[in-house]
Design a protein around this ligand. Structure first.
Ligand code: AOF
Ligand code: ZN
Length: 354
C-alpha cells in the first residue's frame, strides 16, 4: 500500500478535479501491474494496473489507495473492471468521500464475492488526497501557505528590497511545491509589483505548471502582465474578482484567455477568502498554493483556511523595520495564537492545529 501511495503522490497537482489514486496488483509475491490516475484525472489508476497484468490479474490481490469508483462517470466504473478481471482480494486504504461512490464501490465488490479489506494506511491515504477530501467535504481546496522569510520573519527591508532572501535550494523546492499543486494564488499587489510568471522551472518538471490565480477585486491586472500574455500558451490564468467589477475589463481579460470568476463582496465590500475558495473548488481545484505577500497570507490565516504552512527561513536578520510576512492576526492572548506542528519529512513543513 505504501508503494501505491508513492505512485499516487507522483501525480499530485496534475489530476484535479480528481484524487490521485495508486493501484498495485500482486500475485504470489510478484507485482503484476501498477497504475496511477493519469494527468487530467483519467483514466483512473485501477484499469491501468489491470491492463498491465492482463489475464494474470485473475486471482490477484489489489492494493488501491482509495475506494474504487462505482459510478458511470466519464469512464466506466473501476468496480466493474475489477470484477470482470476476476481479482480475488482488494485492499482499500480508505473510502471515497465523493457522494457518487461513498461506500458503494466497496459494497459492489463484496456483492460480487470479492474479499475487500478497508483501512490499511488510511491516515497516509487521507493525507495524500487531503485536497480532494477538502474539496468534497468542505467545498474548498486544501490550502498550503508558502512563506519565504529571514530568520526574524521578514519578507522585505523597509525600502521594499526583497530579492532574494532565500537561496537557490529553497527556491527550487518552492518550484517543486508549484508542480504538486493544482493552482497557485497571489494577490493583485504582488501581481503589480513583481509581474511574476508563477511557473515551475525545475529541470525535468518544466511545463508542470499549475493554474495561476490572482485575487483582484477591481480588475486592476494589466493586459500586458506576463500572467495575461501567457494565459493561452504557458499556463491557465484565472482572476477572482467582485461581482460588480468592470465588465468591459472582464471582457478584455476573457478575450485574452483569462478566466474571470466573480464572487460577492463581504459586508465591508471586500473580496471574501471563503468565497474565492468556494469559486476555485467549483472549478475543480483541490490543492491550492498561496504565494502572495503579507496581505494575502494574513487574510488566509485570519479566515482559518490554511491547512499547511511551508516556511522557508533564510539565515539572515532584517530587523524590526522590515516588512513582516504575517500582519495583524488580532491575537491578544497566547491562547488565541495559531499553533503549528511539524508535518511531513522536511523541516519547513508545518500543519496548523485546530
Ligand atoms: C478511482 N480511481 O484513480 C480515481 C477515482 O469524473 P470521473 O468519472 O473520472 O470520476 C471522478 C471520481 O472518481 C472522483 O470524484 C473520485 O470519486 C473517483 N476517483 N476513483 O476508482 C481513480 N481518480
Ligand atoms: Zn475509477
Amino acid at each position: 500500500m505504501q508503494a501505491a501511495l508513492r505512485l499516487a503522490r507522483r501525480h499530485l497537482g496534475r489530476v484535479w478535479p480528481n484524487p490521485s489514486v495508486g493501484c498495485i496488483l500482486v500475485k504470489d509475491g510478484v507485482v503484476l501491474g501498477r497504475g496511477v490516475t493519469a494527468p487530467g484525472g483519467r483514466p483512473h489508476g485501477e484499469p491501468q494496473a489491470l491492463a498491465q497484468a492482463g489475464e494474470a490479474a485473475r486471482g490477484a490481490t489489489v492494493y488501491v489507495s482509495l475506494e474504487p469508483c462505482n459510478h458511470h462517470g466519464k469512464t466506466p466504473p473501476c468496480s466493474e473492471a475489477l470484477i470482470a478481471a476476476g481479482v480475488a482480494r482488494i485492499v482499500v486504504a480508505c473510502e471515497d468521500p465523493d457522494p457518487r461512490v461513498s461506500g458503494g464501490g466497496i459494497r459492489r465488490l463484496r456483492e460480487a464475492g470479492i474479499q475487500v479489506d478497508v483501512g490499511l494506511c488510511a491516515m497516509d491515504a487521507m493525507a495524500v488526497n487531503a485536497g480532494f477530501f477538502s474539496r468534497i467535504l468542505k467545498g474548498r481546496p486544501g490550502v498550503t501557505l508558502k512563506l519565504a522569510t529571514s530568520l526574524d520573519g521578514r519578507v522585505a527591508t523597509a525600502t521594499g528590497h526583497s530579492q532574494w532572501i532565500t537561496g537557490p535550494d529553497s527556491r527550487a523546492r518552492g518550484h517543486l511545491l508549484r508542480a504538486h499543486h493544482d493552482a497557485i494564488l497571489i494577490g493583485i499587489g504582488t501581481a503589480l509589483a513583481d509581474d511574476p510568471e508563477l511557473t515551475c522551472r525545475l529541470p525535468g518538471l518544466a511545463g508542470a505548471n499549475p493554474v495561476r490565480v490572482v485575487l483582484d477585486s477591481h480588475l486592476r491586472l494589466p493586459l500586458t502582465a506576463k500572467l495575461v500574455r501567457g494565459a493561452a500558451t504557458i499556463a491557465p490564468t484565472w482572476v477572482v474578482t467582485l461581482t460588480g467589477a468592470d465588465s468591459a475589463k472582464a471582457a478584455a481579460l476573457d478575450a485574452a484567455a483569462v478566466r474571470v470568476l466573480r464572487v460577492d463582496a463581504d459586508k465591508d465590500g471586500r473580496l471574501p477568502v471563503q468565497g474565492a475558495l468556494t469559486a476555485l473548488a467549483g472549478q475543480g481545484i483541490t490543492r491550492l498554493l498561496v504565494e502572495g505577500g503579507p496581505t494575502v497570507a494574513t487574510a488566509f490565516l485570519k479566515a482559518g483556511v490554511v491547512d499547511q504552512v511551508e516556511w522557508f527561513r533564510a539565515p539572515l536578520l532584517i530587523g524590526g523595520d522590515g516588512l513582516p510576512a504575517v500582519g495583524h492576526l488580532d491575537v491578544d492572548l497566547l491562547a488565541q495564537a495559531l499553533r503549528l506542528s511539524p508535518a511531513g519529512d522536511v523541516l519547513n513543513s508545518h500543519q496548523i492545529l485546530r
